[in-house]
Unconditional design. Structure first.
Length: 507
């Protein structure tokens, strides 16, 4: 398939003769594009759309880096290899864990460096991994969503709280439970601090999304019941703030307040950033009636994900539907339409799928079939999925890479638009093609330049090119693939809406 290789981004290139730049005029509104090839090739339809993401975990070094304390060069090389693998599989987003347990995978005045990166809590790895990840992901046409664990205070005894960690500054806000250390969501200061941490990243980094996972009130320890109210030791907090309410309902109200306040905080700072949540995939056992389970996340975790989705407190929900289509007790095919029915706010529903469970009892074909169900159930151009995790994809478990690239991910797709984040249709870019080099001047509000190629048979999405974030109107240069005969360029806005196609002659 055709690909484009970025060459440079330079404001100096704007000096090229403007009479040779292709551009649209008012005639475009009537459906005519001012290009010598407007009649020579069929006009491309709307861009193919589908969210194709993978989680990339730093906790316990599950995905990256391979081990704590590696040199900056080794860490960066490993991260680039991960990003290259994602791009080869035609993914278009990575959900990158930046707060494993009250720590940071970036320089922060609010929390210490993560020991999973540097080898010791509070020790700098010598560079900014989040900045590096955002830059390199965008170069490959990948969105980068910053993933936060909201209430875990310690994940590993090897990398416990130290320095500026909230657990060392406010130990009275932590609770020991199930062998771990947790921030108490009932403490207002805990919720406020976590929102400040998330807002700080939204302010300082050009992330495309903010993502929180399924750890609210903690999961039950092994061998204990996950039904009913959790024995989480928050009695003092409940006595102080519960005001006589049912304890499980009070816990849900704490988590609901956190989710709604976090969403509002992100939108004040970076309105176009998509806020995503990945809760446990079963809202409650018995809902729908055929669904069985040993965990009631609504009661035990304080997670009322149905309310978050219906209230529009997220831009996408990724319930972790890690079960097979059959048998019926936890059926992917039963749970997926139920979640769609709860989506009264019209947000995106992009379920989580378990790549790591591919094995003798679950072939890769299961994932392909689940992707087919997501496409059937989602509105046109709104389908998507999040894969747990990138490691399983890179390991090619059960031949999943070939299954994807010869099936649903055979060609590239752009991330679906989120028109509630901005409804203005952007203007097309201006462009010229000379000597195999494509030069593009972005329009205002450009988040990506989508490049489609025509090979005398079909149009395909060849690349998503980012503008220079420091100089958004600077010229973008890319090499044109040998097999391309015509090009069509579109602006994608920050909310993902696309412009009219600009046809460009290859000269």
């Amino acid at each position: 398939m055709a690909t484009l290789t970025p060459v440079m981004s330079s404001a100096a290139s704007v000096s090229i003769s403007r009479r040779r730049w292709f551009r649209t005029t008012a005639a475009t509104a009537a459906g005519t594009l001012l290009s010598p090839l407007a009649e020579a090739a069929p006009r491309p339809g709307s861009l193919p759309r589908e969210f194709r993401a993978a989680w990339m975990a730093t906790v316990f070094n599950l995905d990256w880096p391979a081990s704590p304390g590696l040199s900056p060069a080794d860490q960066q090389a490993q991260l680039v290899a991960q990003l290259d693998a994602a791009a080869r599989l035609h993914l278009n987003a990575l959900i990158f864990q930046v707060r494993p347990s009250g720590d940071a995978v970036y320089p922060s005045s609010l929390e210490p460096w993560s020991g999973f990166i540097s080898g010791a809590t509070g020790r700098s790895p010598g560079y900014d991994p989040l900045k590096f990840a955002v830059t390199e992901a965008h170069r490959r046409g990948l969105e980068l969503h910053a993933w936060f664990n909201p209430f875990r205070a310690r994940a590993s005894k090897s990398h416990g709280p130290a320095g500026t960690h909230l657990a060392t500054r406010h130990p009275e806000w932590t609770r020991s439970y199930g062998g771990g250390l947790w921030f108490d969501p009932g403490e207002p200061g805990v919720r406020q601090h976590t929102i400040r941490v998330i807002a700080d990243v939204a302010q300082r980094y050009a992330v495309d999304g903010i993502h929180i996972d399924d750890y609210f009130y903690p999961y039950p320890p092994k061998g204990t019941s996950g039904m009913g109210a959790s024995p989480f030791p928050d009695g003092a907090t409940y006595a102080r703030y519960g005001r006589g309410r049912d304890r499980a309902a009070w816990r849900r109200s704490n988590v609901n307040a956190f989710v709604s306040d976090m969403y509002a905080a992100v939108k004040r700072i970076r309105p176009s950033a998509k806020v995503g949540i990945s809760p446990f995939g079963i809202w409650r056992p018995g809902v729908p009636t055929s669904i069985k389970g040993k965990l009631d996340s609504y009661e035990h975790l304080g997670a009322d994900a149905r309310t978050w989705l219906a209230s529009g407190w997220c831009d996408y929900l990724s319930p972790q539907l890690y079960w097979s289509i059959n048998p019926p007790d936890q059926s992917f095919a039963t749970l997926l339409p139920w979640w769609h029915q709860q989506n009264r706010s019209g947000r995106h529903l992009w379920p989580g799928m378990a790549i790591d469970r591919i094995g003798p009892q679950r072939p890769a074909r299961e994932i392909i079939n689940q992707l087919a169900l997501t496409r059937e159930s989602a509105p046109r151009g709104r389908a998507g999925a999040c894969h747990w995790a990138l490691k399983g994809l890179r390991q090619n478990r059960g031949g999943i890479q070939e299954a994807l690239l010869t099936g649903p991910y055979a060609s590239r797709a752009a991330v679906p638009a989120s028109p509630w984040l901005g409804a203005a249709i952007p203007e097309p870019p201006r462009a010229i093609c000379e000597g195999g080099i494509l030069r593009i001047i972005p329009a205002a509000d450009t988040r990506w330049i989508a490049v489609q190629t025509w090979d005398e048979r079909e149009w395909q999405l060849a690349a998503l090119l980012p503008p220079d974030m420091d100089s958004p109107m600077a010229t973008i240069e890319s090499r044109v693939p040998d097999n391309a005969r015509r090009l069509a360029l579109r602006t994608l806005s920050a909310s993902g809406l696309e412009s009219e196609a600009l046809m460009v002659e290859i000269a």
